[in-house]
Design a protein around this ligand. Structure first.
Ligand SMILES: Cc1cc2nc3c(=O)[nH]c(=O)nc-3n(C[C@H](O)[C@H](O)[C@H](O)COP(=O)(O)OP(=O)(O)OC[C@H]3O[C@@H](n4cnc5c(N)ncnc54)[C@H](O)[C@@H]3O)c2cc1C
Length: 330
């Protein structure tokens, strides 16, 4: 019999029982669906040891690496300390050390934290301000000695959190930060695979992190970035991207403008259309899609139709509705 620890509670998993069956027997309200490892509704994470491999069947490699597993097909082989995806531990407090406009609407925010804090570039965290208002933002940098987290935050008209970050947050202020979440990040292992990255607006944030990570880890396959906006005001880090193309033969950058005015050295069209039209087949490619949910979902479908395997498509859709998260103060 194995011990299952969840928060402060400890349960005994009977022989032949799955983790889900144990939790349901103990009347713990956890989400579940098919109970056959297909719907992934009972996704959980092991906080200490890797879960049994058989409990990770069908999960994305990035989730497997983070010790996620499906409770309904998990027969524990040892004691486990587990959590639901949204209950993964305490928040940390981080200091605002940099605020700089990248475009008239997008600001670079850099926070400094006290280690330990683990993340993959491209994952997201929830940032919480002192009154409890919380929103999700994607991490644009890799884990380095500086112990910093970089975000690109677009101001939404009347957006509560984004406007506050742009107008009121100042250097030295503190924000609470949840543990990093999400499967949209780079994993080494298939270094020769072709990568296609498509983003709109501040969707460049996770892509920038993923590209930096892939290049730092010696990815040798071609890496194609398509960054799109309606007009030139919406594109940023253009010089940095061009410098990367000079430095790495395998990195290719296409800044895309979908409006009427096309600046020199930019391509006319929507980033996702141009990316999809650039290759005959996406079979064998690894795809990263970030930013506007409609663009992300549409391109995911098209990439699959064009031959990419679903397991090789990583998305970070910036849903606004779903991020109306507030927690009571304190
Ligand atoms: C996984 C994830 C990652 C993300 N990463 C990023 C990122 O890296 N960069 C980034 O810029 N964003 C990112 N986002 C989006 C971000 O979380 C916020 O949703 C966004 O910044 C808007 O928050 P806000 O508080 O400013 O706007 P909100 O106050 O939430 O408002 C959003 C919009 O709805 C309108 N609105 C608000 N209330 C109402 C109402 N009652 N009726 C009608 N309209 C209303 C507002 O005018 C505004 O235009 C991400 C989202 C997710 C889910």
């Amino acid at each position: 019999m194995q011990r299952i620890t969840m928060g402060d509670a400890i349960f005994l998993c009977q022989p032949d029982e799955t983790v889900l069956q144990t939790l349901l027997r103990e009347n713990i309200p956890v989400p579940f669906g098919c109970q056959q490892g297909a719907c992934q509704a009972c996704l959980m994470r092991s906080l200490d040891n890797p879960p049994p491999e058989s409990a990770q069947l069908g999960l994305k490699d990035t989730l497997q690496k983070q010790n996620y597993f499906l409770a309904c097909i998990c027969h524990p082989e040892q004691d486990m300390n587990i959590a639901l995806p949204n209950q993964q531990g305490a928040m940390m407090v981080a200091d605002v050390v940099k605020k700089q406009l990248l475009t008239p609407d997008i600001i670079q925010l850099v926070l400094k934290y006290q280690p330990p804090f683990n993340f993959f570039a491209g994952q997201f965290v929830n940032l919480q301000r002192p009154d409890g208002l919380m929103r999700s933002y994607s991490i644009a940098n890799i884990q380095l000695a500086q112990n910093s987290l970089e975000f690109h935050i677009r101001r939404l008209p009347n957006g509560q959190f984004s406007s506050w970050v742009h107008d009121e947050l100042v250097l030295g202020d503190q924000l609470s930060v949840t543990p990093a979440q999400g499967a949209c990040h780079y994993l080494p292992g298939r270094a020769e695979q072709a990568l296609m990255l498509v983003g709109t607006g501040s969707g460049l944030a996770p892509l920038y992190g993923i590209i930096t990570d892939a290049l730092a880890q010696g990815h040798s396959g071609p890496i194609h970035l398509y960054h799109g906006s309606r007009d030139l005001n919406g594109l940023y880090l253009i010089d940095e991207m061009r410098e990367l193309t000079d430095k790495f033969d395998n990195f290719h950058y296409t800044p895309c403008l979908s409006g009427l005015d096309i600046a020199p050295d930019h391509v006319k069209g929507r980033a996702n259309d141009l990316a999809l039209a650039s290759v005959a087949s996406l079979k064998g490619w690894r795809i990263f899609l970030c930013g506007h949910p409609e663009m992300v979902n549409q391109t995911k479908r098209m990439a699959f139709i064009k031959g990419a395997s679903i397991g090789d498509i990583y998305v970070d859709a910036f849903h606004v509705e779903q991020s109306f998260l507030t927690l009571p103060k304190g």
